[in-house]
Write a new protein. Sequence first.
Length: 447
Amino acid sequence: MFLKKSVFAAAALSFALTGVVNAESLTNALAKAYTNNPAMAAALISVKLASEDIVLRKAGKRPQVNLSATTQYSWADLGGVHTDGGTTSLNLQYNQRLFDGLKTDAQIDQARAVADATAHSLRNTEQNVLLNAATAYMDVVRDTNLASLRADNVKFLRAQVSSARNRLNIGEGTKIDVAQAEARLAQAVAAYKSSVNSLRTSQASYVRWMGAKPSGLNSNFKFGSVLPRSLDDALRSAKANHPAIQTAIAQVEAARYGTDAALRAFGPTLDLIGSICAIDCGGGVSARGTSGSIRLTLSIPIYQGGALGASARKSNLAHINAEVDARATVDQVEEAVISAWSGLQSSIALIESANAAVRSSQIALDGVIEERNVGQRTTLDVLNARAELTSAREALYTAQRNKVVAAFSLVSAAGKLDAASLHLPVSIKSADGYRARVEDIWSELRD
C-alpha cells in the first residue's frame, strides 16, 4: 500500500511539472534568452562604457572653454574714513594642448582598441548565453523524458508485482518471485523520484537563462549552414570568427597603443592658454573695460621620480602579457573545436547504438514475457529484460540530448553561435550607434 501511494503521489507531481500549456520551440527559447538574460544587458553596458573612454581621450586634443562671473562688495573704516565699493567681472578662459608628442593620439587609439575588444566580448557573452540556454533547454527535454520513462517503468513493475502475487495465490509462483518484483519496484520508485528532482533542477536552470518556465519542449532545431561540415572547416571558422580570439587580438592592439602612449610621455608638451575679461577688469569703477591675454607654454619633463620609466616598463609588460594570452586563447578555442567535433561524432554513434539496443531490448522483453507466461522463464528474467530496455532508453535520451548540445558547442567553438547567424526573431544588440553618437564632437554643446 505504501508503494502504491508513493507512486500515485509521484505521478501527480510529474503531471504538475511537465504539463503543457503552450509549446516552446528551441528557437523561441533562445530568442527569450538573448532578449531577457541580464548577462547580455551587462555586456552591452560595458561596450557603452568603453565608448565613453574614447570621448574622454579625445578631449585631450580638444579646446576647453570656460566662462566665469565674479561679483564682490568690500568696505573699510580706517582712521575715521569710510570707503566701500563693488566690482563685477566676466571672464572667458581658453585652454588647448597643441602638441604632446602624439601621446593623446596613442591613448585615443588605445581606447578604440579597448572598445573593440569590449564589443567582441559582447559577442562572446552572446555565444555563452545561447549555449547555456540551449543546454538548459535540452536538459529539461532529457529529464522530462527520463521522468516519463521511469514513471512507465514504475507502472510496469507494479503490474509485475501484482502478477507475481496472483501466480503465488494460484500456486504457479513463489514468494521469491514476489520479493524480487517488489525489490525492483522499490528501486524504480527511488529512481523516479530522483528523476523528478533532476527535472526540477533543470527547470530552475531553464528559468535562469530564458526568464520563463518551460512548457511543451522538443529538440527539433535546424542549424542550416552554421554547423561546420568538417573539422577543418570548423577550425578555419574559429580562427576567423570566434569572438574570444578577436577580443584577444583587440586587447593586444590596446596594449601596444598603451606602450606607445607611455613612451611618448617622455616628450615635451605645448599648451595654448588665453583669457578675456569684461566688466570691471581693473578692479574699480574708474577701470571699467576689457582686458585679455594669450600665451604659449612649453613643458619638458626632466625627472619625474622614476614614474615615466615605470609606466613605460609596465605598459611593455602588459603588451607582452596580452600577446601570450592571445596565443593561449587561440589554443583554447582550437581545443574546444576538436572536443565539440569529437563529442558530436560520438553522440551520433551512440544514438545509432542506443536505437538498436532499444529495438532489440523491446523484442527480448516481449519474448521473455511470453515465455514466462508458459512457464519457460522466471519473473527475474522478465525484470532483467525490463531493466535492460529501460537502460537502453535512458541511454538514448541522454545521447539525443548530448548530440544537440554538442552541435551547439561546435557552432559556438566555430564562432557562429549568435542571434544573426541562427536567424532568431530578435533585435540585434549593438552599441555601434551609441559609439558614433558619443564621438560626435559637438554633442556636448548641443546637450
